[in-house]
Design a protein around this ligand. Sequence first.
Ligand code: ZN
Length: 439
Amino acid sequence: MESARRPPFFRFHLSVRDVLCALGILFFLGRLQIDSIPNRLSGVKLRPPASNAKPDAQIMPVLFRSLKRREREMVELLGEFVACESPSHEKTGVDRMAVLVAMEWQRRGARVQILPQPKRGDHVRVEAWPGEGVSPGQILVLGHLDTVYPVGTLAKMPFRVSGGRAWGPGTFDMKAGLVLALFAYDVLNSLGLHPRKRVVFLWTSDEEIGSGTSRPVIEREARRRGAVLVLEPSLGREGRLKTSRKGVGHAELIVTGRAAHAGINPQDGVNAVHELALQIARVMKMNDPRRGITVQATVAAGGTASNVVPDHARAEVDIRLARQSDARAIECQLHALRPILKGARLEVQGGVNRPPLERTEAVVELFRRAQSLMSEVGLKLGEAATGGGSDGNFTGALGIPTLDGLGAVGDGAHTPREHVVIRKLPERAALLAGLLATL
Ligand SMILES: [Zn+2]
């Protein structure tokens, strides 16, 4: 049987080889064609294809190759950005970072505005391209200048390059994102590829502490319709994009009781820690992981001494939700909490402050565009959902298609192991440039 079957199989085998051989020749011809693109592009102002059309020439191989040559410069600039410590609460540090970034854009000829803030660091708005006037709306690219690391962190955790990675505070979250944007701008300009829509980059100063001062600015820019691209870190080794993020809330339970001697007259006291414990048990019942709702008491404190019935206790509560429609219900449940022990008082503050970024059709369409761009250079791009919030949550909630996680590939955000993968930097800058050129 074996030998009787061999000839047809052998014939099939040959035909596969033929196909592979033909594919090889086509690939070689394709490469020749791609190689000639840079010459065709240089100095010529190419009009990118209509947003719903397939790009007629693949731009990613050209973008990628140009950016690959600038990998070292990207790392050097990242080192300069990291050397400028910019914790959210230190206005002087964040302002210095704002000036550093503004100068880089100005040097390249972009229109730069510093948006001064009285208490927090200043924001930077860059109008990179005015748009060709043929496509309404604007693309907003978002990133932040602040980090979670206090001044002095650099002494223990200096910027360094080793094992193909660049390490240091804020490398991944998200100073590398600021670098990617500058190089994406460079490469598009050098190839004469001007986006059809107006492109605005907004670098904010307080993302890590809830975006109190930047939220109105972000929302104003996002309302100009178009799309929002967020340069927050990507997810995992393959650099997945974030197509959905949970909404985030924060609440505080403040309990007041009555102090008494724990040994002599405890019956005269009202134990605030006991009351708080009972309330936390109630709060934990609000968890509904199947609906994407998580509620966690994360910080608790109370009491003064071990022999005193405590008259004061408080807890902080972290809230995450997948759907905006659940926000009000959770807030109502929290604010409906009433004291359980006789004589105790309870105050509840806070609520949901970042709405979820939901994976709408428009978000999926943006993601598919990114995926097809990466496939032009033979790279796979995945997507992910995350429980962490970003400024993309605000723009997504306004109904503006938002694609997040477009920043660097790396790991260890907010930890001593924070780093980015250097060889992925040109890839990610090319992806951003590709999106800007074709949206
Ligand atoms: Zn961030």
